[in-house]
Design a protein around this ligand. Sequence first.
Ligand code: ATP
Length: 784
Amino acid sequence: MDNSRRPEDIEMEGRPCAGYSNGGYRADDLERIREELNTALRTAPEPAAPVAPPAPAAPRGPRVAAICIRNAKKSYPLGSGVVLDGFNMTVAEGSIYSLLGASGCGKTTVLSCVVGRRRLNEGTITVLGLAPGTPRSGMPGPTIGYMPQELALYGGFTVTETLKYFGWVAGMSQEDIDERTAKLLSLLEIPTEYRLVRDLSGGQQRRVSLAVTLIHRPPIVILDEPTVGVDPVLRQNIWDLLLSMTRDGHTTVVITTHYIEEARQADTIGLMRNGTLLAEDRPDRLLERYACDTMEEVFLKLSLRQQRALAAPATETTTATVPVSVPVSAPDAAEMAVEGAAAELDQKDEPPVLEDARLLHCKPVHLTNHWNTLPCLWKNLTYMKRNVVPVLFVVILPIIQCGLFGVTVGRDPKDMRLAVVNDDVQCTYSSNLAGGVDYKGFPGYPSNCTTKTLRYLSCRMLSIIDDDRIALEPFPNIPSALEAVRAGKAWGALYFPANYSRFLAARHVWGRYASDKALNHSEISVWMDMSNQYIGYLLQASLSLAVLRFTRDIQEGCMWNTKATPVPVRIMDPVYGQLDPSFQDFCLPGMIVTTVFFMALLVTVGSILEEKRDGLMARSLSAGVTIHEVLAAHVLVQIVLMIIAMVTALVMLLCVFQLTNNGPLYWVVLLCFLQGLCGMCLGFFISCLCESDMAATYMGVGTFFPLIFLSGMVWPVEGMHSLLRSIGWALPLTQATTSLRSIMGRGWSIDQPAVYLGFVSTAVWIAIFVSITLITLRVQKRIS
Ligand SMILES: Nc1ncnc2c1ncn2[C@@H]1O[C@H](COP(=O)(O)OP(=O)(O)OP(=O)(O)O)[C@@H](O)[C@H]1O
């Protein structure tokens, strides 16, 4: 065995946290200490809830381990490699432990595992005798006060509101919060208690962050670079505060910092590099052992040694003073043998480290029957009070959306131009040409209608065609009329051949005896611009209707039997809807469903990502709020917003624009509400999956268009390919749109399959979104 290795180093390798390490003591010394500790164990009180009872000031030794990490290994699922590689760390109770290391060496990863935010791939962590994340450990929760590297504060809250929220989460009473707030504000010199956090200076914000960490007097305080970017005087104040906190032995502090020399004030310094701990000892001993004047030199020496060890072929596989699982070069091994011998002598002054929780002065804080939904709800409402934009968005967007829908969609196009070439007779179109004869003034039909008396029929026909929808414009010949159509100046061209009136009169008078010439010359030729399908169909429908009316007009004028119409079809009153159906009424159900669904989705994603941003949610979770409590508080707020959006949309569409609803309004409202819930649940899923606004935007937009097009809102699903129709059938908006259309258009109730399928489909989708959200959260927790 290598003589240079310290006994506890040998024990540390693979040694579980619980138990004693002899720390270089003689066997009889150890026996005595064990006896003392066992006496203490027998008399030590059990942990009490909700907060740790005040215990008498602890003497400085023998100390026990408050935090113990053994053989920790960690890599991130999407990370570039191993972050912690056999990391060991022991933090004595009532001490300040300063973890030093270069940027990216894994300090934050260690701390986030200690607070229970992340899990190790291998190895163990014990904090106050318990593993973080286990029941009754209070981790994440009030056992630990965690100050993350990022600010992670609600910028829209005042200082007191911030402290109130985190104090409330930690289970403190309002009086206790007020008292602690006053004390911390004075200790940390934060004079601006009613100012919003976002309006404070950077240094003030960090002090507020520290106050949040300390508000509930946590037994374990974890500070991730609290002094970065802080003025030197304030930095020293923070250290003074930490020293005073640990003086009575009831608070243990772990702090990371980039300022190596300030770390000399700590009881223990841990030097970390590349995911392993290079050394861990009292600052004076580290300087002494490595014969250096500054801590920087010690760090440099150990780092170079690790560098050489990693580069050179191994002579040893483990080290004495460096608990690093890397090979060590021969010169370093010799040097380390000398250091190890010195260290062994030092160890006799060092107290043993013990991890039995019952001997600790610091106790885990476990809150029973404490729900954080209420603080979260209060926080969400306070957030909304300060950020009215999302609320206005929920109220104003449906007004704008539905208003635009009401005034733009489904309205008949007006003044569509048709080019007219009339070789039959010169009518004058009063609406288009100045002067001349008004074709509307052409005589009616005498009762004794003959081919001679039926005159100016082209003008008569044009007078029927000319309405609000169509504007007629005369052209001298067919080429010029077609040119106007090609140039986009007219939607179509009509041509009345020469003697149209005479031949049409013959066609009517002679009926089936009319000559071929009469039949051919009594036809109007039409050329249409069908590039716009909707306008093209509208014009064709107008012309067909005009021909029908014109024919009936002739028959009535001549007192002929009007039943001899050209199309022997009689359109009766429709079973549902009107003879002249409105496109608006077709789109309306889809419009309502889409508005409510996507409004809920948008607001949910927005508010959760806002909370996730800058580590806000992570901090709440570290403080003991569960993700379910966060979601529950959001559900309550979102439901209120959703109801506002839904009522606004329905009032706009049904009351302001008087769109048709023939069915029971309560089914309409219930289905819209369920659709809102469904959108909200999809919002939860998206915001759990996405870390950034950008990713969420892509997902939101990515779901928007397929859902809209496949739901049959824009075009009847009957027109889709059968495969798409099957896919669309199963999507969240499709059945709901059909159901709402049946309620509003046909006046059906829930007993109709088309209606209840919408409710069933929505409920199933809510269940699916909730399930996949919970599964995603569980997977994320497992791999974090
Ligand atoms: N969520 C993550 N996913 C993937 N890799 C990560 C993640 N968080 C950290 N890492 C990587 O793990 C390594 C250690 O990061 P960590 O934040 O623990 O270092 P650090 O020592 O705290 O650095 P700093 O002092 O700059 O804060 C880095 O290489 C970092 O890129």
